[in-house]
Design a protein around this ligand. Structure first.
Ligand code: KG4
Ligand code: ZN
Length: 348
């Protein structure tokens, strides 16, 4: 509908330069340029390399999004941009570009939270968000369980990772197994031929005592170390490493804890809808086990398609459009970036 807000969203918090365009709840364009290949040989994202890539890709990606959506910049009603959390230098490139557009076009700017955007993106896939919703966000940079009464205004953290993010654990274990970066998709693929109960890897923060203090928190660094030790001891004794079994057993340990805690949170907070987002939400075993446990618990599961789970501009545009529709005040043009923006701050 032409009277719905037309919003362009810019995302540069990590290694994806994303520009999305949304009208109301309809996705019109989702252009993404990733610098992931440039980081592969370092085994992780190098902030300086990421910032430089954002700078090079920003204008071409904006052009591509406008072309894809068939809109001109002057048609936009607002610009939304990730203000945090994320890599400081990368965020600066996106926010500077958004400010330039806002000033040049005379349009309002909305500096939004990256995590809230991961939740809001499901609106363009599955329609309005149930209020409240529970959200499990799992990626290379974050593992959070959020209670979301209103994605434009009220996002509460129930728990997060105490050490490595879920995707980070996938990437580190993949390295131990000699698989390329980013490791998540490779572990997912290799694990299909493995046995999930071949090795009994630890489930972090699930003991009765841990559940009292860290009910909805996660910890994956002990698991990562356990996998590395197990592989090393095999190698030392000259036995072959059963890569598929290690991958399947490790993956099971991660998705078991994630889904168990997410469903527990839904039950205890009386929430009927669970949303999963972030790059790790592309994991086939996570999707299957979440579906199985949600059905059992009477919880409705929503997972956006993989392309909308990883970092992209559409998610920022989707949240921006919600903010405009609900009449929220835009951000100040002096809007700062905040690399450790708390999840409770939806709009800077
Ligand atoms: O959301 P994303 O693209 O960027 C961050 O904000 O980090 O997530 C990337 C992370 C990487 O750690 C990658 O290994 C993981 O998501 N990932 C997966 C899968 N696809 C991507 N992890 C497990 N299984 C997958 N299929
Ligand atoms: Zn993300």
């Amino acid at each position: 509908m032409a009277d719905e807000p037309l919003v362009l969203g810019i995302e540069t918090s990590c290694d994806e330069t994303g520009v999305g365009i949304v009208r109301g709840q309809t996705l019109l364009a989702d252009a993404v340029a990733s610098s992931v290949d440039e980081h592969a040989r370092f085994g992780g994202v190098v902030p300086e390399v990421a910032s430089r890539a954002h700078l090079e890709e920003m204008v071409p990606t904006i052009d591509r999004a406008c072309h894809e959506a068939g809109v001109a910049l002057r048609d936009l009603d607002a610009i939304a941009v990730t203000a945090g959390p994320g890599l400081a230098g990368s965020l600066l490139v996106g926010v500077a570009a958004a400010k330039a557009l806002a000033v040049a076009l005379g349009k309002p700017i909305y500096g939004v939270n990256h995590l809230a955007s991961h939740v809001a993106v499901d609106i363009v896939e599955h329609g309005p968000l149930p209020e409240p919703a529970m959200a499990l966000l799992v990626s290379g940079g974050h593992s959070s369980l959020l209670l979301v009464p209103d994605v434009t205004d009220d996002v509460r953290s129930l728990g997060s990772t105490m050490d490595d993010a879920a995707g980070e654990a996938f990437d580190k274990v993949a390295r131990v197994l000699g698989l390329p970066f980013p490791g998540g998709p490779h572990i997912d693929r290799v694990a299909r031929d493995g046995d999930t109960v071949a090795i009994d890897f630890p489930r972090g923060l699930t003991s009765r005592r841990d559940l009292e203090r860290h009910r909805f928190d996660f910890s994956f660094s002990g698991l990562k170390t356990a996998v590395a030790r197990w592989v090393e001891s095999r190698q030392r004794s000259g036995e072959p490493v059963p890569v598929a079994d290690v991958a399947a057993s490790f993956q099971e340990a991660v998705v078991d804890v994630l889904t168990r805690k997410a469903v527990l949170a839904c039950r205890e907070h009386d929430v009927e809808h669970l949303l999963i987002g972030g790059g790790v939400a592309a994991n086939t075993r996570l999707r299957a086990l979440a579906e199985e446990r949600c059905v059992k618990a009477g919880v409705m599961l929503r997972v956006p398609r993989p392309g909308l789970c990883t970092d992209n501009g559409a998610m920022v545009a989707a949240l921006g459009a919600q903010l405009v529709s609900r009449g929220r005040e835009p951000s100040d043009l002096g809007l700062p970036t905040d690399s450790s923006m708390p999840v409770t701050t939806v709009l800077a």
